[in-house]
Design a protein around this ligand. Sequence first.
Ligand SMILES: Nc1ncnc2c1ncn2[C@@H]1O[C@H](COP(=O)(O)OP(=O)(O)O)[C@@H](O)[C@H]1O
Ligand SMILES: [Mg+2]
Length: 258
Amino acid sequence: MVGRQVINDRFNFISTAKNQPKNKKNLRGVFVTGTDTGIGKTTIACGLAWILRKKGINVGIMKPFATGDKLHSRKFKSKDTAMLAEAANICDADNLLNPSFFPIAASPLMASDILKASIRKDEVLNSFDTLQTKYDFTIVEGIGGIMVPITRNQMLGHFAKMMGLPLIIVSQSRVGSINHILLTIKAAKDFGLELYGIIFNKMSKNASLVEKKTPEYVHRLTNIPIISIIPHVAENRYKAVGSCLYKSIYVNNLCTNH
Ligand SMILES: Nc1ncnc2c1ncn2[C@@H]1O[C@H](COP(=O)(O)OP(=O)(O)O)[C@@H](O)[C@H]1O
Ligand SMILES: [Mg+2]
């Protein structure tokens, strides 16, 4: 009985009409951030790109800033860019999709300091403008979380703001997640960012009561739409994730507005 109650609660707060996002006719994309690195931003952004492309939307992707200890391939320096380009089925040049890459797994600020290199801020914003002209909807994956330092006085949130896209926050659903999500939302508001919604990722089949209840509590505390709760999936991850996302009214709204 308790288990069933939890599941019903989950679906009630996800699908109630009063919580549907405003009709965003001209939404030109979303900025996917997360409460941490490794939380599932790339997988979610890929799933979203894949399902929107399947629904006939001319969808582009961008990974403005990436860092990593090794180069992914000759074509793409970052694995995230490679995965995003594959999911969206596009073949733009790596430099356009990912204008800033440093071969040290650190924040762009620290990596650029260590390498004595400069951050290609203008290229990032020019590339974004080019992608916005070319595509009807652009999915931008951040790096780490919204407070990741890019330059001495600019954080990732400043770039999300300059791009003018609403945020999707990706989180897991576990003890500690409420704190991480509330901190991310507080920071997003400080940057003046709009929030499109929250996606809970990697919900285990054997999730505890606390893990199952976390999305409901986040919704109660924030009133921000919960776009979807994605299960832990074993294979074909971004396609499985995309199929889950498509069941969400918030993702469907993105399709009907284009
Ligand atoms: N729903 C999921 N089920 C199972 N594994 C997942 C899921 N989402 C992401 N992962 C895995 O978690 C790891 C980190 O995900 P990733 O999307 O790269 O995170 P981030 O972009 O936030 O660093 C990857 O190995 C990815 O395949
Ligand atoms: Mg990533």
